[in-house]
Design a protein around this ligand. Structure first.
Ligand SMILES: [Zn+2]
Length: 251
């Protein structure tokens, strides 16, 4: 099965540090990110009561796919119904960092993890619906309300998104669905490869270590005490040897 061609477009100004190069260089058996990742302006203002861009407005902001299978617009403005991703016509999706950045930064999650999760879920949706993204008006059931650390978590409570942005997965129910759709079944080898790729969507090493220490405080205290004592013994041994072999002969 050929890879899904994804075109990413930055829509307007992203006021914080998004390492888009990391996303550009991401390797997957499921999709490929087309180059270059372009930036286009947002024209006009919001038209919602909560300063959000309603669907018709956002439809006009998104550029055409230009040869890609799916276009994903990445923005920082709020979109309709306070969603962090919405589907539009002609296989186009928009994802926003509005209100999401604070949630991600509070839990030390790289901003790119959210975009990567959206790319994986959008790619599977594209396959599941026969190589097309269903319109927002279509009834769909690919997401589940329960938070399982799965890329198809609905995240109605937005802060729950953190559970699917550090080594996320496809849950058993989603795997079962994807591999049993008449006509559009996804191969088990692709599922296995993607499960492995998803493990690469994770926090930085420092924050993974601090998370581990917070999770197991007593072993952490014991280990750091043993480490400090060992370091002290090694230091005093080196000091004694230096004194015996070198320093005392100079005095
Ligand atoms: Zn799932």
């Amino acid at each position: 099965m050929s890879k899904i061609k994804i075109r990413i477009v930055i829509l307007g100004h992203i006021p914080h540090s998004l390492n888009i190069q990391k996303v550009q260089n991401w390797k997957s058996d499921l999709f490929e990110i087309l180059s270059p990742i372009d930036t286009v302006n947002i024209v006009g203002d919001s038209d919602g009561f909560e300063w959000e861009f309603l669907d018709e407005n956002m439809e006009r902001q998104l550029p055409v796919r230009n040869g890609a299978d799916v276009l994903i617009g990445v923005t920082n403005v709020p979109i309709q119904n306070n969603y962090f991703a919405r589907r539009y016509s002609d296989n186009r999706v928009c994802m926003t960092y509005s209100t999401m950045t604070d949630i991600l930064k509070y839990d030390n999650i790289p901003l790119e993890n959210l975009l990567l999760r959206v790319i994986y879920s959008v790619s599977f949706v594209y396959r599941r619906y026969g190589n097309r993204i269903p319109l927002i008006s279509e009834s769909t059931n690919f997401a589940h309300d329960e938070t399982r650390g799965c890329i198809f978590d609905m995240n109605g409570i937005k802060t729950d998104v953190i559970y699917s942005l550090n080594k996320p997965q496809l849950c058993d129910s989603c795997i079962n669905t994807l591999t049993n759709i008449p006509q559009y079944k996804v191969g088990k080898n692709v599922i296995a490869k993607v499960q492995s790729e998803l493990k690469g969507i994770k926090k930085g090493l420092y924050y993974r270590i601090t998370d581990l220490l917070k999770k197991h405080p007593i072993p952490a205290i014991i280990f750091s005490s043993i480490f400090a004592i060992t370091l002290g013994v090694i230091g005093s041994t080196i000091g004694r040897l230096l004194w015996e072999l070198w320093i005392k002969h100079w005095l």
